[in-house]
Design a protein around this ligand. Structure first.
Ligand code: PMP
Length: 294
């Protein structure tokens, strides 16, 4: 992720990643009390473009607010600094990781002083290019009454790490988690869509991180005249579906080959997911007419 030349952004300054230290006595490290983002920049024919930069930094701000963390920064300035960071590190295609964390404080009262760090690195397809072998996790997503699920909070990712590690140890590529009501929720770091009889379905907001890519896919469905329905989905719905895919900033659009023993009958290339995948690629690369919805 970094080498001796890598520069990151910290509280208004650019500095060498190698020379950057983090506080040991802090709520962020000890309690997972931090919020973060995952953003991608693409080398488009209009130059390097950070895809949906505003939505990501606004979500970072909202995540901080939801867990009572001060966010004294201006979103426009953070976007400007992100472009500068890419330029300094000579990155054209990049994954960008902003993190907001707390000053030293070991209490359980929300910290009053926060830092913001932004780093970036080159990152290919997060889940590879093959269609994924997925299993239903033995872990459930956290209860939204325990933690605000629409906030991208570091501590929630312990649940994600457990689920992905379990899936990989069983020989699968990725996990799919149910929510506390046994409905389909999401992957450890991506949302899910399923296809049945020419329509797409996705779980509603409430027990998931409502992804920016998920919103983009819904927009693309409207443009492409694909019927998209947000509703609770059961494991049975999933295992009677024609096809399915994950979506997320890191994941982009990734086809799912199977869930547990169930193989989706529709060939990926014939699925609505494949159409969405192609269109998403055009959109992030600012090809053709898709610039209008960026
Ligand atoms: N769900 C979870 C749990 C995630 O970590 C992510 C990645 N941020 C997503 C969904 C997809 O969100 P986005 O499309 O905004 O990257």
């Amino acid at each position: 992720y970094f080498n001796s030349n890598t520069v990151l952004y910290l509280n208004g300054k650019f500095q060498k990643a190698n020379n950057t230290t983090a506080d040991i006595y802090g709520q962020s490290l000890h309690y997972g009390y931090a919020v973060f983002e995952g953003i991608r920049a693409y080398n488009t024919h209009n130059g390097t473009r950070v895809f949906k930069a505003r939505q990501h930094f606004e979500r970072l701000k909202r995540s901080a607010e939801l867990v009572h963390m001060p966010f004294p920064w201006d979103v426009n300035d953070l976007i400007k600094q992100t472009y500068k960071l890419l330029e300094i590190n000579n990155l054209k295609n990049a994954y960008i990781r902003p993190l907001v964390y707390c000053a030293p404080n070991m209490s359980l009262v929300a910290g009053t002083k926060t830092s913001i760090m932004i780093c970036a690195w080159e990152w290919g397809a997060y889940l590879g290019h093959e269609q994924l072998k997925v299993c239903i996790s033995s872990y459930e997503r956290p209860n939204p009454k325990s933690t605000p699920m629409e906030a991208k909070v570091s501590g929630n990712y312990v649940n994600s790490i457990l689920a992905t590690t379990e899936a990989k140890s069983k020989g699968f590529d990725e996990a799919l988690l149910l929510d506390m009501n046994q409905n389909i929720a999401e992957a450890p770091g991506a949302n899910i869509f399923i296809e049945k009889n020419g329509r797409l379905y996705t779980p509603p907001k409430g027990h998931i991180l409502p992804g920016i890519t998920r919103a983009t896919v819904i927009e693309l469905c409207h443009i492409l005249d694909i019927e998209i329905i947000e509703k609770h989905l059961t494991e049975r719905d999933l295992k009677h579906a024609d096809s399915a895919f994950f979506c997320g900033t890191a994941t982009e659009i990734a086809g799912i080959a199977s869930v547990d023993e169930y193989k989706f009958p529709l060939r990926w290339t014939d699925s609505l997911g494949a159409t969405i995948q192609r269109t998403y690629k055009s959109l992030v690369l600012e090809k053709q007419n898709y610039e209008v919805i960026i």
